[in-house]
Design a protein. Sequence first.
Length: 281
Amino acid sequence: MDGFIIIDKPKGITSFSLCNQVRKKLNLNKTGHNGTLDPNATGLMVIACDKATKLMRLINEHDKEYIAEIIFGKTSDTLDIDSIVSDGKYNSFTKEELLNAIDKLKHEEEQLPPMTSAIKVDGKKLYEYQRKGIEVKVEKRKVKINDIELIEYDINNKKCIIRLNVSKGFYVRSFARDLGILLNSDAIISELRRTKIDNLDIKDSITLDDLNTNNIIKIEDFFDFPKVEVSDYIAKLVKNGVTLDERQTTIKGIFFVTNKCDIIAVYEEIDVNKYKPILIF
């Protein structure tokens, strides 16, 4: 039961709730996920099962792709439709002006996170400050837009649909806000769907209704790490968490440790030719 599930999150539930439903349905000990999707957002999530939760951070580093519907002339505290939506500032703009604003944001290397995010400042999450009405200084974060495409612009309904391929830590809600600012209008997210995580695609996902234990992808099938075969003696040490060195391998990065072709651990490089375990089976 140690492995990963590629699932299509439905609208109307939290990422935490989805993990709990998966855990109960498959009778797992624990689950974890690769990045929160807001309740009204849908799309690709990777859920780690049991021991695989220790490897979740290896997925969190990957770029992600989203399809976002943005409506102009509306405001909300959460920069999407998950809170009370009000009429805001709107100034009509052409498709060319929209494309110019998108192109400008494409080259931005920093982004101000939304106050409703879970980023911590002085030990507390930003949304905790917001709920109490406390103002706090938020620093911009390094981000990158790898690719961006305007799919549709509906001037009559004051909305557009954009595909974004972005780095870890990118907030699409903040992108909508910043796009609106450039166009002298308020803007929020009305629909959001995550379609890719690195080389994983939404078309490879399954729904919660169709989920069963056969959908769990084994750790060794999910990650294409090199393998380092060790002796029975070293295998016993590995199972106790010993640090490996150049006597066993000089591989750079992360690898599986095997004994008699069975995977017994996942190790990572912590220094030149020094390796420690991330997960021991």
